[in-house]
Write a protein that binds this ligand. Structure first.
Ligand SMILES: *Cc1c(COP(=O)(O)O)cnc(C)c1O
Length: 360
């Protein structure tokens, strides 16, 4: 069935095209382009009706299963306008493969990666005028799959929509790196082993909002999550993976089933190793991190994820005590990783790992 999946293109009428937003006030995820990718799945036909169509509302039955039981998975990736206006994407197959492992865990259908990538490239090319060109500004893509069968009762839906919407986003660091203040919670947990923490599924984010709200009220940007059982092992920070440079080692928690395997995390590991940095995937407790801050061996700490790429950490607050990290400044390795990854993503730099996909 997948082999015959043709993608039709219905262009938005020129008078219906939206005005482009002010490039200086893009923010994140506020504006959406003129077109989207959409395809449908049901048990008889598999994936069908794949189309690039005008960005549009869905009409959905209130019994659609996603509203009740939350079978919803998504991805986040970016398209970049680099030198000579060439358009690039960063490791898009990895996002689609990860979506397929999410689908497996959530009892949802797998997507045909090659076809969908072809559709996504065509979509990005069609809306290429929406890709911001300022330094660090990008087009953020959100592939999503939801259960749409109108029925109550907890079981896998027999019908799904897969769609991709796109949003121009501003540079994450418009005024340069500003190390973030992090709230370590031992009150809430994000995920447990055996659960769905390693899957990009909507419920994980709904479950995280209250902790983030408490952190914001206390003046912190993100939550640092500890493991659910002992509440001492470091897991992730907000919706990013986390790294610590302690002595000469770069340490990150292993993918143990409750941590999301970030593509940026993997890129950081590969890049740092190629520079001869000793990268170690191992469990590390909050007490070890605080002791390393105390004795001065903790040199840097940062989060990694598609949105910010690298997010240096300047402060940790744990059990009402504040701990300044690396003098609250951006570390050398954090800066180098950020610069190098951004240069690769923009096509300004050699791409030894073959991470870049050209569009158009
Ligand atoms: C998406 C995500 C990440 C980062 O993944 P990237 O592929 O690097 O963007 C990390 N943790 C969580 C919980 C996430 O949802």
């Amino acid at each position: 069935m997948w082999k015959d999946l043709d993608i039709s293109v219905v262009r938005c009428d020129s008078e219906k095209r939206k005005d482009k937003p002010d490039q200086k006030n893009l923010g994140f995820g506020k504006f959406f382009t003129d077109h989207m990718f959409l395809m449908k799945w049901d048990r008889e036909n598999g994936w069908h009706n794949a189309e690039i169509c005008p960005y549009q509302n869905f009409s959905m039955d209130p019994a659609a299963m996603v509203y009740h039981y939350g079978q919803a998975i998504f991805e986040g990736l970016k398209a970049y306008k680099g030198e000579n206006d060439q358009i690039y994407m960063f490791r898009p197959e990895d996002n689609l493969e990860r979506m397929n492992s999410s689908a497996l865990r959530m009892c949802m259908p797998r997507i045909p990666v090659d076809k969908v990538l072809k559709g996504i490239k065509a979509l990005v090319y069609l809306d290429r005028d929406w890709i911001p060109s300022g330094d660090g500004a990008t087009l953020y893509l959100r592939p999503t799959m939801v259960a749409v069968e109108p029925a109550l009762g907890v079981r896998p839906s027999s019908q799904y929509y897969f769609f991709v919407i796109m949003s121009p986003v501003g540079a994450y660091y418009a005024e340069g790196f500003n190390p973030t203040k992090i709230w370590v919670t031992d009150k809430y947990v994000r995920a447990v082993k055996g659960g769905v923490g390693h899957v990009k599924t909507a419920g994980n984010y709904a479950a995280s909002i209250m902790a983030a709200e408490e952190a914001h009220r206390a003046g912190y940007t993100q939550v640092l999550w500890l493991d659910a059982c002992e509440r001492k092992y470091i897991e992730e920070v907000g919706t990013s993976n986390i790294f610590f440079k302690i002595g000469e080692d770069l340490i990150t928690p292993p993918l143990n089933g409750s941590i999301l395997g970030g593509i940026t995390r993997d890129s950081v590991i590969q890049l740092a190793r190629s520079w001869g940095v000793n990268v170690i995937e191992k469990q590390i407790t909050i007490d070890e991190v605080l002791a390393a801050i105390e004795d001065g061996s903790l040199k840097e700490a940062f989060g990694s994820g598609t949105a910010a790429v690298i997010a240096p950490i300047g402060e940790l607050c744990y059990q009402e005590k504040k701990h300044v990290v690396a003098d609250g400044k951006t570390g050398e390795l954090s800066q180098r990783l950020f610069d190098e990854l951004q240069a690769i993503q923009n096509g300004r730099q050699d791409d030894p790992f073959k991470w870049i996909v050209r569009v158009g």
